[in-house]
Design a protein. Sequence first.
Length: 473
Amino acid sequence: MSFPVMGQPNTGDTAWMLASSALVLLMTPGLAFFYGGMVRAKSVLNMIMMSISAMGVVTVLWVLYGYSMAFGNDTGSVVGSPTEYWGLKGLIGGNAVAADASKGVAATDIPLAGTLPATVFVAFQLMFAIITVALISGAVADRLKFSAWLVFSGLWATLVYFPVAHWVFAFDGFASEKGGWIANKLHAIDFAGGTAVHINAGIAGLVLALVLGKRKGWPTTLFRPHNLPFVMLGAGLLWFGWYGFNAGSATSSNGAAGATFVTTTIATAAAMLAWLLTERIRDGHATTLGAASGIVAGLVAITPSCSSVNALGALIIGVVAGVLCALAVGLKFKLGFDDSLDVVGVHLVGGLAGTLMVGLVAAPESVAINGVTGVSKGLFYGGGFDQLERQAVGAFAVLAYSGVVTLILALILKYTIGLRLGAEQEAAGIDESEHAESGYDFAVASGSVLPRASLPDTPNGLQARVAEKVEAE
C-alpha cells in the first residue's frame, strides 16, 4: 500500500494520540528527576542535562532523517530510506476539512498514518526515540564527558535506535512497503517497545559502562542517592507518562488502549510490592528507593506484553519482574561492572523478562492475539513454544545488534575525542567540571553569609562576598 494515505483523520483518535505524545515526552523530565535524585549532589545537574539534551539531539535528527529511517520505504526489512521523508517532506499538510454540502465546502484531505494525521504519528514515535537515548545515561553517571555524550547520542540514535525501531514498529499501515522484520516476518509481539526501547538501551548502557570503566572508588565508596524525594517524584512522573507510552501504542482511542491501561497498572503495582517484599526478606527493610525502582521495573516488563495478556498475566509479569530486577541490581557488585543507576538490572533484565514472558502468558482473549495474524497463544494457554521462540529471537537479535554497534561507537569515541573526565575533574564533581554550575548553594544553605544589608546588590558582588566569607571561615 502507498504511505502515507491521504484522507480525513479520526478526531477522537487524534485527540488521544496528541495527549499520549505529550505524556511520553513528560517521561524524559521524569527520568531526569529519577536519575538526578539517585546520584550525588555534585552530579545532579549533569544527570538532568543528559536526559534533557537527548530531547534536543534526537528531535533534530528525527526530523531530518530519523523518522524516514524508521518508517520510510523498506530495504530488506532492516531499515527505511533515510531520504524519503527528509525534513518530513510530504507529511506536513494543512488542516483537514470535512465536506459540508450545505456550504459548498469540499473535503480537504491530509497525509494519514492509520486514522491519525501523519504528523501526530511522527510526534508520538519521536518521544519514544528521545526516552530510549536518555535511558542509557543512567549507566554512566559521574564520569562521562558531556561533549562525548552529545556525540554518542546522535550516533547511537542514527545507527542503532532508528533501524531497530523499523524492525519493531514499522508494520502495515504505519510504514511504506513491507516494514520491519521483527514485526512483519518474525511476528514477535512487542506492543510498546520492550525490545526497541528497554533491551536496546539496557545493553547499550552495559557496554558503554564497561568501555568507560568504573567510577573512582567504586565499589568500596558508597555512592548514595542524594535526594530520594526527587527519585520518588521521577518514578511518579514515569508511571503517569507511561500510560501514553503503553495505551498510546494502540494508536487509537479504542478497547486496546483501555486494556493496556489496565494491564500496565496491574503489573506496575505488583512489581513494586514484589520488589519491597524481596528487599524486606533480603535486607530486613523496605526502602523508598526500592519502591521507586519496583515501579519502573514493572513498567518496563509490561511494556512489550501489555496488549497480549489478561489481568492474571499482568499480575504474574509484575511479580516476576519485581523479584528478578531486585535481585539483578546486585549482579554488578558480583560481576564487577559499574552500572551507576541500575540500567542493566532494571531495563535490560526487565525488558528481557517482559518480552520472553509473552511466550508464556499471552492470552487467547487479548488484543494482540485476536485480530492479529501470525502470532500464537502463550505456552500456559496451550500455544506451545512457538511464540516463546519468536520472542527470544527478537529479544536477543536486538540485544546483539545494539551491543556490537554500541561497542564500536564507544571505542571510536574513546580513542578520538575521549569519553571520560580526567581524575581531578571527576573528583571535583561533574557539575562543576562540565557545566560550571552547582545544583545547590551549600554556602548559603549552611548560613555562611553576611547580613543582607552589608552585601552589594549585584549578583556577582553577592557571590564574591559569600566566597570571601566562606574562605575566611
